[in-house]
Each structure stands twice: as structure tokens, then as C-alpha cells.
Design a protein around this ligand. Sequence first.
Ligand code: CDP
Length: 310
Amino acid sequence: VLCWFYAFPPYRLPSDKQIVQEVLRQGGLWHKNQTSIDLYRKLLTGCCDPKRMFAVTKENSPMGKVLWYDGEFYHWHTVNNETHSLFVQSNPLQLPLKKCAVVGNGGILRHSKCGRDIDQADFIMRCNLPPLTKEYVDDVGTKTHLVTANPSIIEKRYQNLLWSRKGFVDSMKVYGSSYIYMPAFSMKPGTDPSLRAYYALSDSSSNLTMLFANPEFLRTVGKFWKAHGIHAKRLSTGLFLVSLALGLCDEVTTYGFWPFSVGLDQQPISHHYYDNILPYKWFHAMPEEFVQLWQLHKSGTLRMRVGRCP
Ligand code: CDP
């Protein structure tokens, strides 16, 4: 049987309509494939060693170590007294993680009623400090174990924490005692806001633990997907988290990954579940990423939830 991947190789993306048809054709059908799960974990461990490398730790980044920024050419940070003291000793996650939910921010989550499903996972990962207010709880759930934060959010939403440290710390309370995962060493302008976020949290006896994303890990994950045909300037946050989850979790389910403007009933879908602000056009390649993730869904490696939860 000609599989979809060969019918629509990555260099010619199917149209939104074809994707909707394909997802509808597959329906709720999904079979876990342990062989494929084990294979992917092995591949990701081989390329990227997520267990040891996903965060900057005292163990993988001793004093004097040069951290090369992954989002920029020829910028580096040499680990010094100040930065070394901010790193966790070693990977703090209790491995292996069992059932993981990776929650993207796609508008497909709106009215999905997936909140309960998501909250039942053992480890829940979210992207970019998303809103978890009352109006969204039924659709996205309440629990979080790891949440990413882009330094640009610290700059824009919290004025670089020059005046609004309390506002920032208070708004982080919805994430409970989770890990906050920041790419502090990806782009040069992101380092300072990330360190500020660290200090704002540690000065306030917050329950969150800051983890800095290891630029070496991000670079190797980027290369891994490039070899699988994803040609973007940078992978989306969601795909980094799915890669991490495939490396660390026994089972992975994704929610809110749907970078298309129509849903399964042809209804209009906003870009995010909380707004319709579109990303820079050529920066990410989310539809290409979706095609890859859908292949993993079809092969039983992970489960993608698209549309309403049962
Ligand atoms: O920072 P970035 O633009 O990557 O992410 P975001 O807009 O905050 O959304 C988080 C993640 O959800 C993205 O990185 C994508 O992987 C995924 N997403 C999606 O698949 N479809 C959408 N319409 C929006 C987000």
C-alpha cells in the first residue's frame, strides 16, 4: 500500500484540504507500536542524548565550558562563576516518564474538551507560558510539569522584568511547581531576560525550577529533523518538546498541533486557542512538521489528538 508519506513527500506538501481528508479517513483509529517507540527513542538517544543533554546542568556544562548559541552564528558563552551557580546539578526528571502529554497552542484545542484527558497524563509539557484561565480549563486542562518560556515573552509581556517582577512571579503560579524551560543560550539577546527570570523566581521563593535549554541539544535535534526533511530556519517549540518526550517518555500524546486555518468540520480555526496572532511566515515550517508528526501517529509511535476528545 502506498503510504501517505510517499504520496506526498515533504517537498510537496499536501493542501490543507487533503490533510483534513487524510485525518478524517484515519478517524479515531490508533494502535500503539512498541517497536517503533523503542526505535525512535534509540534514534533520538543516538543523535541527541536527551536524558543527559536537554538542559544545561553542572554535569554537562562545567566551569569554563563554551556554550555555542544554536540560534546564531559565532556567538558563545563561557560558563563562569555566576552562570554555573544557576545550573541544576544533573537532569532532575524522574525517569522514565510514563504517559506524557505535549500540548501545543493550536486553535484546534478550543472547544476540544481535552482538558480532562490532558490532566490524566503523568507528565504534561506546555509551550510558551500559555494561558490556563478558567475559560480554557475544559479544553486544555490545569496541570503542568514543564513549560517553555521564550525570552521574548519576558521582554514584551513583562518589560524585561525591570518593573514587573511581582506580576511575573504571580502569573507563574498557574504552572504550580513545574519546570520552566528557557532557551537562554540560543540567541544572544535572550540570555539577559532568561537570567532575570531566574533571579525573579529564586528571589521570591517560587515553586518553579528554572532549566536552561542546552543549545547543543537544540542544535542536534534541529539536525535530526533536517535529515527527516524539515527545512525551517528553526524548529517550532512544540517539535522540540515532542522530540524530548519521544526520548524520555514511555507514551506520548500530543494536543493542539494543527497549523491550519480550517478544522475537521471545515470550521475556521484560529492560530492559537487564545488568539489569532500568526507567526513570522518563513521562520517555522509547522505544516511540514505536522506531516512528520502525523506519520509518527500513523506508525503508532505517538498519538496525535486532533479535534474533540472523547
Ligand atoms: O513559539 P512558537 O511559534 O513555536 O509556538 P506557539 O505559537 O506558542 O505554539 C506552541 C507550539 O504549538 C508550536 O511550536 C507548534 O509546534 C504548535 N502549534 C501548532 O502545531 N499549530 C498551531 N496552530 C499553533 C501552534
